[in-house]
Design a protein around this ligand. Structure first.
Ligand SMILES: [Zn+2]
Length: 284
């Protein structure tokens, strides 16, 4: 998409989680993509109209990238198991016709097609002025990026100090750190040997110090593995992510703890309506 023009934007319904902004297709059609950025779980696409398209994948949303028909790129079946080849049909500029949950389609200069597919429709798109996109209601209150320079031990210590909520809830709070989800918080707390039930304000600073590298390690490894495909997540080429095979606690209730020298068993509890998985023996 970078430096290419959106030749045609198709918007095939009124909205997803929320209504789409007015005239979305017209506002996107003809624009050149200047930058592709990310903030927390939001994809930001800066356009030469001085507007930015904000996209959230929600629960099941996918951005699928189909190369220009005939382009010499590896073609992968949409179901990830090598079924229909993307870009091998002659409908719609050489691309196959839209599928049921293809809600927004961008036909790019150069022939590639970008499709936003979302079966459960918890995804979101909005358009904001690029100059103050970070003032948008979805972005304004986000904490620092966990992989960025503003997230460190001193910052995290200051945000946890005096807080009476469980550390699990604190790490899920996007105002404290942006972009950590339920699965990864369970994995992080296991690596840091901290119980998800421990009160955030009652973790010794030496142990808070272990949280920061644990968060970065889990996220970097998950990204390198293409993410975690439990139900819906796909990479842009339609392939599954692989990090689910590296979970140490998530979904492993009743199984042995993987910490060396620990003979505990993983348990599942529910906190604020979400599952937490941990080892009561080595996570304190
Ligand atoms: Zn253990």
């Amino acid at each position: 998409m970078l430096n290419r023009r959106i030749l045609h934007a198709q918007v095939r319904r009124d909205g997803l989680r929320w209504p789409f902004p007015p005239h979305m297709a017209e506002r996107l059609t003809g624009c050149r993509v200047l930058h592709l950025r990310r903030r927390s779980k939001y994809i930001l696409i800066d356009l030469d109209s001085d507007e930015t398209l904000i996209i959230h994948l929600g629960m099941s949303g996918r951005m699928l990238v189909a190369p220009a028909p005939g382009a010499p790129l590896p073609l992968v079946g949409r179901d990830g198991v090598g079924g229909t080849l993307v870009g091998n049909d002659d409908a719609g500029g050489g691309h196959p016709g839209p599928e049921k949950h293809d809600h927004v389609i961008f036909d790019m200069e150069g022939g590639a097609r970008i499709t936003f597919n979302d079966a459960r429709r918890f995804g979101a798109m909005d358009i904001a002025p690029s100059a103050d996109v970070f003032a948008h209601r979805l972005l304004a209150n986000l904490g620092p990026e966990p992989l960025g320079n503003h997230f460190d031990e001193a910052y995290l210590t200051s945000r946890l100090q005096g807080r009476n909520l469980p550390i699990k809830s604190a790490l899920l709070d996007q105002r404290i750190v942006a972009g950590l989800g339920n699965i990864y918080v369970s994995e992080v707390l296991h690596r840091a040997s901290i119980s998800p039930k421990r009160k955030a304000g009652r973790i010794a600073s030496a142990r808070v110090a272990t949280l920061v590298p644990a968060i970065r390690d889990v996220l970097n490894e998950a990204i390198a593995s293409g993410g975690s495909s439990l139900r819906d997540h796909r990479q842009t080429n339609g392939e599954l992510g692989n990090f689910q095979h590296n979970f140490r606690v998530y979904g492993r209730q009743g199984q042995s703890c993987l910490t060396a020298s620990c003979n505990g068993k993983i348990v599942r509890i529910v906190q604020s309506g979400r599952s937490s998985f941990y080892c009561p023996k080595c996570q304190r």
